[in-house]
Design a protein. Structure first.
Length: 721
């Protein structure tokens, strides 16, 4: 629905300038004009205007307008229809270039100040509304006018009745002690005041009179502000208007202010009215170029769009149900023995490990840019978060979504020889840091050497983290450790926007082997360049795993050769395990040498269950098979392989390249749908047991080759495992 509304707004925004152009072209032809063109029956007057403004303005990038002034003379019966002036209504609708709507309204009273009708004074007031990105806004406007043949003076004021505005998000505003002070980033309508001086250059004697055109210049000064924590907008704006044949006005404006900066507006205003002759006021009455009849029903000149300002409104301490959320700071440029406050920071991660409670947020500062004091195998406690101080993004803390506006600079944690970079506990969040893994396998400590490691942990989020190795040779001959390894996870494991490069072993390695355990793993929007697998999953002992692997880029640029385990994605099930996996919208690519496959799943052992969707992936340059599912033992699998692109599967000695391979050696069987895949090499489906292998195939660029025991099934008929 949101996309549809945005499309409709774009159509509206494009249509109105075109309409304005058509009206403009229609108004270019000079026409005979007279006062009767302006005045309708019984003293009514009407002026219609269509115009477009493009270029930077006060908190807008351009808008188009259509409007009209309709009014009535207030005749007291004196015989001069203009003596008592006119009461008018000025209504204008606007469409911003982004599709948002606005309107302007004024009730206007204007009256001549002298018997000749050459000079008028006026009052106007109304309500303006504007559709913002986060809510709707309005203000009340009021103004006074002094309009003479040569000189115009205008003064306008704006007041926003909504004194709070719309809160867009919470900002991490400042640290004080062990607390984080939040600020409400708020959008609201500004209050403002502006004045304008305008000169008719012909009437002022600065230009020669011309019956077909006149030139008008104005200078406007303004000040817009709000109670939000921000700079006010104070500036000047110059306007030049050429009136042609009392029909067409060409307008250009330039300005600058202290908040919104340089401004430029260009536009065309088309007035669909007449009135070239002054009313008959008797002998001796002066001939006025800007006639009373015309000026009584002019549109109001003022700020048309509600000015929206954005800044920090209310401030308060971040709390949860038990009080203020504790924040601790680590900075290796401080002396040892600090209290961990923002003003007196811990020097090392070792101090933070010893001095922070469960549930604390640890802010790691970049310090001197080295890994000094950040290389101790930092063990997080339950529900702790480790955040880089340069974090620029959104984080959920204390059950609130908070936007951090850091400078993007990252601290680096180093992996020590006898440990991991960071060791996880339950409920941890890690975001916006770098991890340097020295990438050496420690035989005496088999769970050491990873960038991030966790065992028997649950509900982990690892987001926006860069993990790099030491640049040594990659591949299994190095026998190194992983960028991220998590054993027997529970709850939800969210691995988001991770970059792994020059790590000798796997980018992410997930084990699930606790009887009756269950976990949901999300790996998305990441880039992996490991020596072996991009993601390895090993699930056993009645463990139930759910996986979404989405929008990742996986390179396998290690030194592994043909037949060596180097796979973009690899999963193995055994011993009653269940895996429900969706692998979609990824790119698996090996521009150098790779191992046994791009996407490989192996289900063996007793009563395993695999429910798999592989869709919309691109797989390039892998040995043996690019996408492979092998069902062994006594398990059952349901597989959907749809709309993938497989390019250049490579031969491995006597093993011929297969784009998609499905093998069943289980008496319980495998059922597959293979549809819409673009491949140039074989799709092989084989049954090596007495169990059933059902296949629905359609729309593939190469028809599958099937062995004995493969039977056709209807689409959608594969049973859940």
């Amino acid at each position: 629905m949101g996309d549809a509304m945005r499309a409709i707004r774009r159509v509206r925004a494009a249509a109105l300038p075109l309409t304005a152009g058509l009206f403009w072209l229609a108004g270019l032809t000079p026409q005979a004009t007279k006062a009767e063109d302006l005045l309708l029956s019984d003293g009514w007057g009407l002026k219609a205007t269509v115009k477009t403004h493009q270029g930077k303005g006060l908190d807008n990038d351009g808008y188009s307008s259509v409007g009209a002034v309709v009014g009535h003379l207030l005749d007291n019966g004196s015989g001069d229809p203009y003596d008592d002036g006119a009461l008018s209504l000025d209504l204008r609708g606007h469409i911003e270039n982004n599709g948002n709507l606005a309107f302007t309204s004024d009730v206007i009273y204007r009256r001549p100040l002298d018997s000749a009708g050459a000079t008028l004074w006026g009052l106007h007031a109304g309500y303006d509304w504007r559709e913002g990105e986060h809510g709707d806004f309005g203000w009340i406007n009021a103004g006074v006018e002094y309009l003479s043949p040569a000189l115009d003076l205008r003064l306008d004021g704006y007041w926003a009745p909504d004194t709070h505005g719309v809160v867009e998000k919470l900002i991490a505003d400042q640290y004080v002690g062990n607390e984080l002070i939040l600020g409400e980033l708020t959008e609201r309508a500004a209050w403002g005041i502006e004045g304008e001086v305008g000169v008719d250059l012909q009437q002022a004697g600065l230009l020669a009179e011309n019956p077909d055109w006149q030139l008008y210049a104005a200078l406007r000064g303004y000040h817009f502000d709000s109670p939000l924590d921000q700079e006010a907008a104070t500036g000047l704006r110059g306007r030049l208007q050429a009136d042609l044949f009392d029909r067409v006005s060409l307008v250009g404006a330039l300005g600058w202010d202290t908040r919104f900066g340089g401004q430029a507006t260009v536009g065309v205003s088309i007035a669909l009215w007449g009135g070239d002759a002054a009313p008959d006021r008797g002998a001796g009455a002066p001939a006025v170029r800007r006639q009373t009849a015309v000026r009584l029903f002019e549109p109001v000149e003022r700020q048309e769009l509600v000015v929206l300002t954005e800044g920090i409104g209310d401030r308060f301490t971040l709390t949860d149900g038990s009080g203020a959320v504790p924040f601790y700071h680590v900075d290796n440029t401080f002396d040892a023995g600090g209290a961990g406050t923002y003003e007196d920071r811990f020097q090392s991660l070792a101090e933070a490990e010893a001095g922070t409670p469960e549930g604390a947020v640890i802010i790691l500062h970049r310090g001197d840019g080295t890994t000094s004091f950040y290389n101790s195998d930092f063990h997080l406690k339950n529900d702790q978060a480790l955040l880089g101080a340069g974090l620029h993004g959104e984080v959920t803390l204390g059950r609130r979504n908070i936007c951090f506006l850091g400078n993007g600079q990252r601290p680096t944690v180093e992996n020590p020889l006898d440990g991991n970079g960071i060791t996880l506990a339950n409920g941890n969040l890690i975001q916006a840091i770098n991890i340097l893994s020295i990438d050496v396998d420690n035989v005496a400590l088999p769970n050491a050497g990873n960038g991030i490691y966790g065992a028997d942990v649950r509900d982990i989020t690892i987001r926006d983290v860069l993990i790099t190795g030491d640049g040594g040779p990659k591949g299994p001959t190095s026998d190194a450790e992983d960028a991220i390894q998590i054993d027997n996870a529970g709850g939800t494991i969210d691995i988001d926007r991770i970059t792994v490069r020059d790590v000798r072993d796997d980018a992410v390695h997930i084990f699930g082997s606790v009887a009756g355990g269950a976990a949901t793993v999300l790996v998305h929007d990441s880039s992996f360049d490991p020596g072996e697998e991009g993601l390895t999953m090993r699930v056993s002992q009645d463990f139930e795993m759910t996986l979404l692997f989405q929008r990742n880029l996986v390179f396998n640029t290690g030194s592994s050769g043909p037949g060596v385990a180097s796979t973009g994605f690899f999963a193995q099930l055994s011993d009653n395990a269940r895996l429900t996996a969706t692998i979609t919208d990824n790119v698996f690519r090996d521009p150098a040498i790779a191992g046994v496959g791009g996407i490989t799943l192996l289900a063996n052992g007793t009563d395993t269950a695999l429910d798999l969707v592989v869709s919309r992936n691109r797989v390039e340059n892998f040995y043996r098979q690019s996408i492979a599912v092998v069902q062994l033992g006594s398990g059952t699998s349901r597989v959907i392989i749809a709309d993938n692109t497989v390019v250049n599967t490579l031969a491995d000695g006597m093993i011929l390249p297969i784009a998609i391979r499905l093998n069943n050696a289980s008496p319980n069987g495998l059922c597959a749908e293979v549809t819409g895949n673009s491949v140039t090499q074989p799709i092989a489906v084989n049954d090596f047991s007495a169990g059933p292998l059902g296949l629905f195939a359609s729309g593939n660029s190469v028809a599958p080759t099937t062995g004995a025991g493969v039977t056709a099934v209807p689409q959608g008929s594969c049973p859940a495992p």
